[in-house]
Write a protein that binds this ligand. Structure first.
Ligand SMILES: Cc1cc2nc3c(=O)[nH]c(=O)nc-3n(C[C@H](O)[C@H](O)[C@H](O)COP(=O)(O)OP(=O)(O)OC[C@H]3O[C@@H](n4cnc5c(N)ncnc54)[C@H](O)[C@@H]3O)c2cc1C
Length: 474
């Protein structure tokens, strides 16, 4: 009889492979089942390859603005296939990195599609059709999610004219006139990328502002900045109809005032959300319950309703982000180790108030915690600080004076409730506030902390000072 694993992880994205490594570190016998590429969406088709594309766009943008820095760069051109090749190379390097890490940690990898045949049993069907059964005391479902298709009447993303994010990452050709449907983090990054690469880009958003989950001031600032770069933005606007043929895509768009406008585009990117990969993996057969939004239902340590079956990442409740999936992976691995008798681990349930979100459009966006509106809605009496990049020496020296840092504090206790940033490198800076929030910091610690000069991080200090009427540089 085959060995019984302590833990089987179904799916090897940033949730699954991190859970597997942590479980192995804790001395457990671990297997991972993966049907496509180790590293999941994040490394192969998500976070990483998009950032590689955006980096090329940023370099191109900087070349185009060379004169602003007293330099000249003539005849600079984008070579889209070469840009995509670099991005695929970066993804492949990281895929190999995960392969190495799993091997180093003695995690057994079963390549194939996994399906529950019983709570602790999975059949794994390889690409050649051969099948094996593996057994585990515990199984972690980490099967992630996929792009939600546009409704049938509005068109299927076939990769020719209508693209999902995968097509947009490996485009068959450069779009000349691109329509981006939606303005969440994933698609707004593509809007930014293709605009920098030279396409004419239009973004339509059903809500009344772009990046609607962010603070309203960040949305307003981004809309202005993107429009300045030449991106057309239409909010409170809905796609009514879409028809693609070899020549292009004809769409009908319903505007704010209810009028329907017809337009044609060379290509369309549609990102209307994600769907968890929880079908056809035997969950119904073993009785795993979904939540009200059809994700796998879990408790705060990642347990499903079936003993020994756990779930993490994009197949459970959001936010659907890689770092949230990895955090859940660590929690579940430690909770399993505890169940198996390890008394030294102390799994930390996810604290949703402290999950940062980053968007790598140009300018970048980063945030953590409550927006000003949400803090008010939650009944807090608040103090708000706002500091613009134009008041920061380093931002000006870098030629990046566009942006601001907004901080939201509890007026009574001084606790940092939220931070919202837009501008250069804010996706690197936000972690300062995340650590502060995790330590339940108040304005006092942030005010007394010494920020290095000259750095853009000084805007974080100044924003805190501004909230308490002590701003220096504006
Ligand atoms: C274009 C794009 C950009 C993104 N950018 C960011 C970003 O900048 N930052 C961020 O935090 N997040 C980003 N995300 C989201 C991020 O990729 C996901 O939140 C993250 O990958 C979720 O991790 P996961 O482990 O839950 O699942 P996934 O990464 O989706 O991995 C799940 C794995 O399970 C495998 N699998 C599924 N079913 C089976 C089965 N039955 N048998 C075997 N294997 C199976 C899949 O093949 C896949 O490899 C982005 C996503 C996209 C699409």
């Amino acid at each position: 009889m085959a060995d019984i694993y302590d833990v089987i992880v179904l799916g090897s994205g940033p949730g699954g492979y991190v859970a597997a490594i942590r479980a192995a570190q804790l001395g457990l016998k671990v297997a991972v089942v993966e049907r496509e590429l180790l590293g999941g969406i994040c490394l192969n088709w998500g976070c990483i390859p998009t950032k590689a594309l955006l980096r090329s766009a940023e370099v191109l943008h900087n070349f185009k603005h060379a004169a602003d820095f007293g330099l000249s760069a003539d005849n600079v051109k984008a070579d889209l296939p070469a840009v995509v090749k670099r991005s695929r190379g970066v993804a492949s390097q990281l895929n190999q990195g995960v392969t190495y890490l799993l091997k180093k940690n003695k995690v057994t990898v079963h390549m194939g599609t996994g399906k529950f045949t019983a709570p602790g049993k999975l059949s794994v069907t390889a690409e050649d059709g051969s099948s094996t059964t593996i057994e585990g005391k515990h199984v972690i479902i980490a099967t992630g999610a996929r792009a939600r298709e546009l409704p049938k009447k509005t068109g299927k993303a076939d990769g020719k004219r209508i693209w999902t994010y995968r097509h947009a990452m490996t485009p068959p050709e450069m779009p000349t006139k691109l329509l981006v449907i939606g303005s969440g983090a994933i698609v707004i990054e593509f809007a930014s990328f293709y605009n920098d690469m030279g396409a004419e880009v239009t973004v339509i958003e059903m809500m009344d502002r772009v990046v609607p989950v962010e603070d309203a001031e960040v949305s307003a600032f981004l809309e202005k900045a993107l429009k300045k770069q030449g991106i057309k933005i239409q909010t409170s606007t809905k796609l009514e109809d879409i028809k693609a043929d070899d020549a292009g895509v004809a769409v009908k768009i319903k505007g704010k005032d209810g009028t329907i406008v017809e337009a044609t585009f060379s290509h369309v990117i549609a990102a209307v959300g994600i769907v968890p990969n929880i079908e056809n993996i035997g969950l119904e057969d073993i009785g795993v319950e979904p939540d009200e939004r059809f994700h796998v239902k879990i408790d705060d340590l990642g347990r499903t309703n079936v003993k020994g079956v756990w779930a993490i990442g994009d197949c459970v409740a959001g936010p659907w982000l890689a770092h949230k999936a990895s955090h859940e992976g660590i929690t579940v691995a430690e909770a399993i180790a505890q169940d198996l008798g390890n008394t030294e681990v102390h799994p930390h349930p996810l604290d949703r108030r402290n999950i940062p979100g980053c968007t790598y459009c140009h300018p970048q966006i980063a945030s953590v915690g409550l927006t000003e509106a949400k803090a008010k809605e939650a009944g807090y009496e608040i103090k708000v600080g706002n500091f613009p990049f134009i008041g920061n020496g380093k931002a000006i020296a870098l030629g990046e004076p566009e942006g601001f840092v907004k901080t939201v504090f509890d007026a009574k206790t001084g606790e940092l409730l939220g931070a919202h940033m837009i501008g250069a490198e804010v996706t690197e800076l936000i972690q300062g506030f995340v650590i502060g929030k995790t330590l339940e910091t108040t304005e006092e610690e942030l005010i007394n902390a010494i920020f290095p000069h000259p750095t853009i991080s000084e805007t974080m200090h100044e924003s805190t000072l501004a909230a308490f009427g002590r701003v220096i540089h504006i």
